[in-house]
Design a protein around this ligand. Structure first.
Ligand code: G3I
Length: 407
């Protein structure tokens, strides 16, 4: 071999990433300021699943538990908590420098004993607070984005779904869920409401927009909306982009949280990514599973980025190419917004879980206090609570919430 080629082979690897080197989804996403993630399970990320784990940790920089952090698995009986599934997924994330989503505190499904417990408003608020305090307290510094609420809007739009939480507590239960979450999570993570069938512009997304607007106006600590993105071939990316944009105008982050595209083409995948890239407030792009073999839609689906044999579909390279062409100005705006308003520049790729004090609104100074509007954030004793904006962890602990006269 020519001695110069030999020398080059010795030197090149020490010159940092070579531009012609195959970027990964996570590397391309990091440049654009977008976390690229997968839903997974503790049994996927432990044991002898080497092929799965190699793809997961090399291509993605965000994970979320598909089931193990939901109400029933994490509180199988009242007051008894189990965190082992989430802990194992977190250990995998931490070992591989990945961020993590927490899915979810409150849902009408997979909520075990609570679903059939016919408690009073006060008792259900106490059950809600205990669950959030326990699970949120355990994972407090480990989760970047929390799905505080999951699927709370009725499918036809027009307000809240008649879930057991809504019928037993009332229409202000979302307010309390966010305030209880903020009281335990503080500045360590962002608080989301996550739903399906509301990605574009329709009656349901209009209803979600109206709810988000009310919560923001009442200074309830909501940070983001999760668009689940259980979509199909021929998706309407234009409407999705418009929906993300209007949520950004409310100061809200948007994460695409459970993406699968039934029979999706590479064009569909890049169109969806485009709807995220166009909007600085779109910060995460998470598929609901790594490969078709373990999709909730059944192993026969053609719906994820990797096929049933863990082979990458052309969609992977198409997404990497789309991310590489991201507008650098929007990417910079996104990184500042995602880090909480530009007050802190965080090494995006290994983003710290701690959130800066500004509450994630671009350019906003840290809100001195979330004042609680009427009928909102009622605790188990019927009192409204004012909570302070989060401070950097490690600074003197926040003063206890000051109870204000109940409504
Ligand atoms: O854990 C039990 C196991 O002990 C039992 O042996 C087995 C057979 O009955 O069931 C296991 O529970 C299953 C659970 O997944 C864990 O594997 C449930 O039956 C099954 O219904 C559940 O399905 C999950 C579904 O949510 C529940 O509604 C899917 O895996 C999960 O992908 C899906 O995810 C939801 C999101 O959380 C919210 N958005 C929609 C999305 C798709 O439905």
């Amino acid at each position: 071999m020519n001695r110069y080629i030999f020398i080059a082979f010795l030197i090149l690897p020490h010159l940092g990433p070579q531009p012609w080197a195959q970027a990964t989804l996570a590397e391309a996403g990091s440049k654009a300021g977008i976390h690229i993630g997968i839903a997974t399970n503790s049994f996927n990320v432990t044991g002898n699943n080497a092929a799965y784990q190699t793809v997961a940790k090399s291509q993605f920089d965000m994970v979320v538990c598909e089931n193990e952090m939901k109400f029933q698995p994490s509180e199988p009986s009242r007051g008894k908590f189990s965190y082992q599934g989430g802990d194992k997924v977190y250990d995998f994330a931490k070992a591989n420098g990945m961020a993590m989503r927490g899915h979810n505190f409150l849902w009408h499904s997979q909520s075990g004993w609570a679903q059939t417990y016919n408690g009073s408003r006060t008792e259900m608020l106490s059950i809600m607070k205990t669950h959030i305090d326990s699970v949120g307290g355990h994972f407090k510094t480990k989760i970047l984005e929390w799905d505080v609420l999951n699927e709370i809007t009725s499918d036809g739009g027009g307000g809240l779904r008649n879930s057991f939480w809504q019928t037993r507590i009332g229409d202000d239960y979302p307010d309390s869920a966010f305030v209880y979450s903020h009281q335990v999570i503080g500045g360590n993570g962002f608080l989301y409401y996550n739903d399906y069938g509301a990605e574009g512009l329709n009656a349901k997304s209009n209803s979600i927009y109206a709810l988000a607007k009310r919560l923001k106006a009442a200074k309830i600590p909501i940070d983001g909306i999760g668009l689940q993105c259980h979509l199909s071939k021929g998706l309407n990316a234009k409407d999705i982009s418009a929906n993300i944009k209007r949520l950004g105008e409310l100061g809200l982050r948007v994460s695409m949280t459970e993406i699968d595209i039934k029979n999706g083409t590479s064009q569909d995948w890049t169109n969806l990514m485009g709807a995220c890239l166009e909007n600085f407030n779109c910060v995460s792009f998470v598929t609901w599973g790594l490969d078709d073999a373990i999709s909730w839609l059944g192993s026969g689906c053609d719906c994820l980025l990797y096929d049933g044999q863990l082979k990458p579909k052309p969609h992977v390279q198409a997404l990497i190419d789309a991310l590489a062409k991201a507008d650098p100005a929007v990417a910079e705006q996104r990184k500042k917004f995602a880090a909480g308003g530009g007050t802190i520049s965080i090494a995006f790729r290994r983003q710290a879980a701690n959130r800066p004090p500004s509450g994630g609104i671009l350019g906003a100074s840290p809100a001195p206090e979330f004042s609680i509007g009427p009928g909102a954030a009622i605790d188990a004793l019927g009192r409204a609570h004012a909570v302070r904006a989060p401070l950097w962890p490690g600074i003197s602990p926040l003063p206890a919430p000051t109870a204000v006269p109940g409504n």
